[in-house]
Design a binder for this molecule. Structure first.
Ligand code: CTP
Length: 401
């Protein structure tokens, strides 16, 4: 991370003392640190300690004439390659999640055009509170990165999640961030679809499938790690979105298509979602009731849009378009035909027969079908499939792994 610069926002919490050590750890790795100290942060550490360790002026006041004359707060917010908030208090998280800007720290967070990494620190109940968890989900969805909090004894005498990650851990995360942003896919935009879709029959019933979303999430994670600006459009699943990925949650196939179109243009799109091919012709507004003596209802289905095929014919077609093929027989032959039928560049085919345990499991055996032939990959962890696919995409788009 030599030559990189970090804007460190120090919030008000007992963990602020660890931020002093964090400044050292970042500087040891060759980056420069400029700090904003909040009013509450200044109750825990002094501006003099922060300035001495960072070797830079410390910024504290939104309305300081001297500071604004030297460097405006907007410029300050964009002067670094990465903004790190440590400790990220419940208050700072809530402000950014809701777009509040009433002091220098919150204004800088809202005005920055750089990635933000937060290291939360707070009392365990504050962390677990529905409001904080809601803010966390919003911030993740907005692409904010997180490190910690960790479990442990807390200064307030309670135990549980809420301790700020250790300075070494935060410095390591920053290092990884810079490594991946010089990564093979940096500067490129990626779109990934994942999970099932749910097609409502009425407010309480729907048609869906067994997709867990694991493979798609692993691919989105690998693409983001390789430095791509990644949007993950996901149907309902039980897994947590990888950090650094922009998550768009959808329910139906039609919502998934609209979300994908909103994410265009993209350099690469990987469609792993198990989109329901059909939806009930009518989704009743009220729960369909059993009427005594009435005939069993007949389900009439209509076809859903094919997202992969739509992207293939789109005016803003992704430069590299990759589909998945879930098959239960003649896997490779079907995939070869599917690649041509859907108009995509590659098809990653897998055998989803129940005996393989692939659907919902952690491992996958895939065959990658391209215009030049078929590659058979060995059985791998789904994360490993993601990493290999990201490397193959990098070679195709940039000629480098
Ligand atoms: N796909 C899609 N939209 C659909 C159906 C499928 O985007 N409505 C995408 C999937 O994400 C996958 C590829 O198309 O990348 C193939 O999906 P699959 O379910 O294997 O194929 P189908 O098109 O449904 O064809 P079939 O069911 O006949 O095998």
């Amino acid at each position: 991370m030599r030559g990189k610069s970090v804007l460190l926002i120090i919030g008000g919490g007992i963990a602020a003392y660890k931020s002093l050590a964090l400044i050292r750890r970042i500087k040891e790795r060759g980056a420069t640190v400029r700090a904003i100290l909040t009013a509450a942060g200044a109750e825990f550490v002094t501006p003099l300690s922060v300035a001495s360790l960072s070797g830079e002026k410390v910024f504290q006041d939104l309305f300081s004439l001297t500071d604004e004359a030297e460097m405006g707060h907007i410029q300050l917010s964009r002067s670094a390659d990465l903004v790190v908030v440590a400790p990220a208090t419940a208050d700072l998280m809530a402000k950014l999640a809701n777009g509040l800007a009433n002091d220098l720290a919150s204004t800088a967070l809202l005005a920055t055009d750089k990635p933000v990494l937060m290291a939360p620190a707070m009392n365990v109940r504050m962390w677990n509170h529905a409001a904080t968890q809601r803010n966390l989900a919003t911030l993740k969805q907005d692409g904010v990165l997180f490190v910690g909090p960790n479990d442990g004894d807390m200064a307030c005498g309670e135990f549980g999640p809420g301790r700020m990650a250790e300075p070494l851990e935060i410095a390591g995360t920053i290092e990884n961030f810079f490594a991946s942003n010089g990564g093979a896919l940096s500067g490129l935009k990626a779109l990934v679809t994942a999970g099932p879709t749910q097609e409502p029959l009425d407010p309480v019933r729907f048609i869906a499938n067994r997709s867990s979303g694991k493979q798609g999430y692993a691919i989105a994670d690998a693409l983001a790690r390789a430095g791509a600006e990644t949007t993950l459009v996901s149907g309902p699943v039980e897994i947590v979105a990888p950090s650094g990925v922009k998550l768009l949650k959808v329910t139906t196939a039609r919502e998934m298509l609209a979300a994908c179109e909103s994410a265009l243009p993209a350099d690469v799109a990987v469609c792993t979602a198990a989109v329901a091919d059909w939806r009930p012709e009518i989704a009743a507004n009220n729960k369909i009731k059993k009427e005594k003596g009435a005939a069993t209802p007949v389900l009439r289905l209509v076809e859903n849009p094919d997202i992969l095929a739509t992207l293939a014919g789109h005016a803003r077609r992704p430069g590299l378009l990759i589909g998945f093929a879930a098959e239960t027989e003649n896997v490779v032959e079907q995939a070869v035909a599917k690649r041509l039928r859907k108009g995509c560049d590659w098809i990653v085919a897998n055998d989803v027969s129940p005996a393989t345990g692939i659907m919902g499991g952690d491992r996958n055996t895939v065959h990658v079908v391209t215009a030049s032939g078929v590659e058979d990959w060995p059985e791998l962890d789904k994360r490993e499939v993601g990493a290999r696919l990201a490397a193959k995409i990098a070679v195709a788009l940039k000629g480098a792994a």
